[in-house]
Design a protein around this ligand. Sequence first.
Ligand code: AOS
Ligand code: ZN
Ligand code: ZN
Length: 386
Amino acid sequence: MTDAVRAALRAQRIEVPSWAYGNSGTRFKVFAQPGVPRTPQEKIADAAQVHKYTGVAPVVSLHIPWDKVDDYAALAKHAEDLGVRIGGINANVFQDDDYKLGSVTNPDPAVRRKALDHLLECVDIADLTGSRDIKLWFSDGTNYPGQDSIRARQDRLADALQAVYERLGDGQRILLEYKLFEPAFYTMDVPDWGTAYAHCLRLGPKAQVVIDTGHHAPGTNIEFIVAFLLREEKLGAFDFNSRFYADDDLMVGAADPFQLFRIMHEIVSAGALDASSGVNFMLDQCHNIEPKIPAQIRSVMNVQEATAKALLVDAAALDAAQLAGDVLGSNGVLMDAYNTDVRPLLADVRQEMGLDPDPMGAYARSGYFEKIAADRVGGQQAGWGA
Ligand code: AOS
Ligand code: ZN
Ligand code: ZN
């Protein structure tokens, strides 16, 4: 079993977001940090550090227009030269003044057209970067009862999604992300997994749901959603992060490592950890007060630890206990795995991969931060929330 566990841990792939490396903050304040990237190229260079020290984060998501460049093929080559590649393309229809009353669900057809054109531009960019995933998150919604027709907005959303779906090339897919609230507070047009699932079901097999772990009501059983969508073959990706209260975008696993383990147990037990499953394990976080690159390294390590524990679940014993109705026995099997310290195993696996067993220490000793802090003075790109 250990050889298979080690092989699965070596093969694990986690996609990191370009926006995690730029300055970010809340509506109250953005605390600028020294050395943050000034260009998409520098964001990719920072993301490459995470892969250099973890060995399992070779893919970087872009966010358009934050990462807009003149030559996407050159950007993809830049990534490859650094040992990583460009992953999902994230649309942004939430920061333009025109989108105050919504983007694709706006009552004004001219605004809807503008938003749809941006979504189609993201597919064009995915063509150029060779990306499979076009990730769509809509901040669209309403703040007051009566503000707009809930049903009409669903019709507008469906029309826009259908247009993007028809534009998709071979091997591409829509990843539709839901969010319970914020920035709209009365209705979001894609508020929950059921809405996202229903739209993706209507669209077809190239439309999948993204589960952002910060996008649910407190107490939501996220692993149930994971298991259900896996069974329906409609789980496309995660936007991993941690929350204490809302969409806090904190380091994944930092608030509730047990929940992350339960999520990864559903993934492992469904055979969905392997890349062939099509599930994309992405991070979607903002590091407002902590150093960006180490925070991403820690996040990747947290996902690795939850995954390692999930891989250690004695599936045969669990199955037998479940079928026997042995409540304490089945729970005990799961808890035995969760309570296993997997850090020595992961340190071993890193050494097998030719890596330092301590990614955080190795990065800290590398001098990379000191170099970028000295080199990158001025003109820092604003990131998410800035
Ligand atoms: C917004 O809350 C969503 O989590 C988005 O996925 C994310 O913040 C970013 O816009 C990337 O799509
Ligand atoms: Zn997200
Ligand atoms: Zn979010």
